[in-house]
Design a protein around this ligand. Structure first.
Ligand code: ATP
Ligand code: ZN
Length: 299
């Protein structure tokens, strides 16, 4: 009964997505307590509980309606979708929002001494990966016939162990590849974290909380880069200044008592404000420039 009324979201228990996922939920206003090794934690101020699991289990937990929501990488989502399609089934979870963390790419990398020219160099080779279905689609789309060696981890050492000629693995900075004498040659899939939901319709109250959560997530994502900028300027410089403010809607213009033609300009910029922009604003006549971070925003 309890389960009926509270939303349940699955996130990665411990890994690259964990801190960002918890941070996102906290920024959405969720207060929770988490003990060590606890599988689940209860939201104290929202009817939302968090279940900690391996990221690979998240799509199933959501499509089987054990959890209403899940936060997981597009790479895992796509592999799951294709694996199900290969069995003639259709994935039942729904992707509802991409999130701006967990960015990485599934890429093919070859040993330093591998004679790579273009994709055709992969023909007839053994490619080690933990994403066999995404890789198979890529090879099919590029008409390359190669052997896929499916591993459950430690893909980057497969060439050295003689288990494969090249690899197809997740990369973000490329430092792991470098350490293993591998060279990235092509991208197979761009990935980032995303929010998925159960295919089962939610009762009104839960559906309402999902909507509220989505609005808050949107707000959180928007403020990440947003800045509040304040400055003084002669009224005549306003058109020029408005053009320089990065990603802002019409700024608020406030007259300054006793300063004749001078006004104060306040604006929300949806992008970061760099020194170059401030210098350009100053050159356009602005003074007393102040840039503040934005904490919350509700469009
Ligand atoms: P689990 O124990 O939950 O199965 P894992 O080893 O599969 O953990 P992590 O390495 O923690 O997973 O990665 C989780 C997700 O983080 C990946 O599926 C991917 O979406 C994202 N990610 C971002 N950058 C990277 C990267 N450089 N390497 C691997 N994953 C990355
Ligand atoms: Zn995993």
């Amino acid at each position: 009964m309890e389960r009926q009324q509270r939303l349940r979201i699955a996130i990665q228990k411990s890994g690259r997505l964990t801190d960002h996922s918890l941070d996102l939920l906290a920024r959405c206003g969720l207060k929770y307590s988490r003990g060590k090794d606890q599988l689940m934690c209860y939201g104290e101020n929202m009817p939302l509980d968090v279940l900690f699991v391996r990221d690979d289990d998240i799509p199933d937990l959501v499509q089987e309606d054990v959890c209403d929501l899940g936060l997981v990488g597009l790479n895992v989502i796509e592999e799951k979708r294709l694996a199900m399609a290969a069995r003639g089934a259709q994935a039942r979870f729904e992707l509802i929002q991409r999130l701006d963390f967990g960015r990485c790419r599934l890429a093919i990398a070859v040993p330093d001494d591998f004679p790579y020219r273009d994709l055709s160099s992969l023909a007839g080779r053994r490619i080690a990966t933990t994403y066999p279905h995404v890789l198979a689609r890529f090879l099919r789309e590029n008409s390359i016939e190669a052997e896929i060696v499916t591993l459950s981890g430690a893909v980057e050492i497969a060439p050295r162990l003689g288990r494969a000629d090249v690899i197809c693995d997740l990369v973000s900075t490329g430092s792991t590849l470098l350490a293993n004498h591998l060279r990235e040659v092509t991208t197979v899939l761009q990935s980032e974290a995303a929010l998925i939901r159960t295919p089962v319709p939610l009762p009104d109250e839960k559906a309402d909380w999902v909507r509220r959560l989505l609005v808050r997530i949107d707000g959180v994502q928007q403020v990440k880069e947003s800045k509040y900028i304040m400055l003084h300027a002669p009224r005549s410089a306003l058109p020029q200044i408005a053009k320089l403010l990065p990603g802002s809607e019409s700024p608020t213009v406030i007259p300054l008592d006793g300063h004749g033609d001078k006004v104060a300009v306040h604006a929300v910029c949806r992008e970061n404000v760099f020194w170059e922009t401030l210098e350009a604003l100053k050159a356009a006549g602005a003074s007393a420039l102040l840039v503040l971070p934005v904490e919350k925003m509700l469009p």
